[in-house]
Design a protein around this ligand. Structure first.
Ligand code: VGL
Ligand code: ZN
Length: 204
């Protein structure tokens, strides 16, 4: 592929797969698609959801039910089952993901009081992860996104990639959604508004 293209593989971690703490329906279906796609990119970066125990996005931290929502200083926060705890097996990449040539791993959500769906900017919408700078220094212009989950970490990362000046293209058949409380429809509308292209892996 073009040396200015990057494949961003979002959160393909055990906790988002069947049997995991925050299992995305059919989340494991993305693995063969991504395995076929990744070797075609010179540049691949993985993201890893990476929360400390007791993270502010965990329902258990608030004594509330998972998939409810609260207002935090930075806005609405959906509350999740405890997931992707730093160093846990659930936080590890899917064993059969196998992308040996991936060049970097961007961990996110490691600040106790702030979530980060986006690989670029935390949920306070101020704190950068450093990914935009990394991509700029490396001369990347187009970010292809795949992984989990379409309606949270993939869409937020795509919107922020676009806002940071990169072309953002979501590879739809290489993503799966959580779809809670209308989140998938909202994600699709947001991508359309932001003119983020959605393609199938067969078109690459
Ligand atoms: C994600 C919910 C909570 C994701 C991460 O990877 O989409 N969703 N943490
Ligand atoms: Zn998370």
């Amino acid at each position: 592929m073009n040396p200015t293209d990057l494949l961003l593989v979002v959160d393909v971690q055990n906790d988002f797969l069947p049997g995991g703490a925050l299992a995305v329906p059919h989340g494991d279906d993305v693995i063969p698609v991504i395995r076929a796609l990744a070797p075609r990119f010179d540049n691949v970066i993985l993201t890893q959801d990476w929360h400390p125990p007791g993270h502010v996005s965990f329902a258990s931290h608030h004594g509330l039910t998972p998939f409810s929502a609260i207002e935090l200083p930075y806005g609405k926060q959906v509350l999740w089952p405890d997931h992707c705890v730093q160093g846990s097996r659930g936080a590890e990449f899917a064993a059969d993901l196998s992308i040996p040539h991936a060049q970097a791993v961007i961990r996110k959500g490691f600040h106790a009081h702030t979530d980060s769906y986006s690989a670029f900017l935390e949920a306070d919408r101020k704190t950068p992860t450093g990914l935009a700078g990394l991509l700029r220094e490396r001369g990347i212009s187009t970010v292809f996104l795949c992984g989990l989950a379409t309606d949270f970490c993939v869409v937020w990362s795509a919107l922020d990639a676009k806002a940071a000046g990169f072309e953002a293209i979501v590879v739809e058949d290489a993503c799966r959604a959580i779809d809670t409380d209308g989140s998938l429809a909202a994600a699709r509308a947001a991508m359309q508004d932001a003119k983020i292209r959605r393609i199938l892996s067969t078109a690459i």
